[in-house]
Design a protein around this ligand. Structure first.
Ligand SMILES: [Fe+2]
Ligand SMILES: [Fe+2]
Length: 238
């Protein structure tokens, strides 16, 4: 594979993205089919999703030949560590882009779209613009919540990388961060300073004071799925 050809490189990345998206989309469809009682269709979507994963992996192997393991037994400890470090570096790169650039920009765009929608509505537009404004408001809120989640992912990978390099053991801070709680399912971090205004939880509401029927704004898990938030931390080597 000639990766000096920028067209093919871009196409491989697009193909990896497309197959990856198809995988998650079919898993979503499988969930829909299951909820509607069609087990056969759910299985078709799940089986196809698994095949899309293999297609995505085939593209990714071409994009990252340095991560392809031919014979693990023949690798030295140093070589193994270099490969695992590379995986963590790529993961940190992706998460960092998400929390520094992607979600902040998407949130700003969603807020301006929401305001444009509200304006259109004010000017006597249809219920459609009202629906759009509601979607954009929810999108802005989700993008905002996802920013610290991606930062949390990047920090956890960073700690794992330092641990791999022998600097200590990956763990978490002994003390929970005051007032913050994290969803065990999706890592949504509830911050009392922000609350969850879309669900009627105003800023300043302590987690303990949230009604029991509140659900995670990102993944819809129950309130009982949240635990006090401890920051990822490198613990001293034993
Ligand atoms: Fe992430
Ligand atoms: Fe969640």
């Amino acid at each position: 594979m000639d990766l000096s050809n920028p067209g093919t490189l871009a196409n491989l990345e697009a193909a990896f993205g497309g197959e990856s998206m198809a995988n998650r989309k079919y898993l979503f469809f499988a969930d829909v089919a299951k909820q509607l009682g069609n087990a056969e269709l759910a299985k078709l979507f799940r089986d196809t999703a698994a095949q899309e994963t293999e297609h995505a992996f085939a593209h990714f192997r071409l994009l990252h030949p340095e991560l392809v393991i031919a014979d693990a037994a023949s690798l030295s400890d140093e070589q193994k560590q270099a490969i695992l470090s590379r995986c963590l570096e790529l993961a940190i790169e992706g998460e960092t882009y998400e929390f520094t650039t992607m979600y902040p920009e998407f949130a700003a765009q969603a807020r301006s779209d929401r305001d444009a929608g509200a304006e259109a509505e004010f000017n006597g537009q249809t219920a459609e613009s009202q629906d759009h404004a509601a979607i954009f408001r929810k999108a802005a809120s989700n993008f905002g919540f996802l920013t610290p989640i991606e930062q949390h992912h990047a920090e956890r990978y960073g700690v794992a990388l330092e641990s791999l390099q022998g600097q200590g053991t990956a763990g978490q801070s002994a003390d929970a961060l005051a007032g913050k709680w994290i969803c065990k399912v999706c890592s949504m971090i509830y911050d009392p300073a922000i609350g969850d205004p879309d669900s009627g939880i105003t800023a300043g509401t302590p987690f303990e004071a949230i009604p029991e029927d509140w659900i995670c704004p990102i993944c819809q898990a129950r309130k009982s799925s949240f635990v006090p938030y401890h920051e990822p931390e490198l613990l001293a080597a034993a």
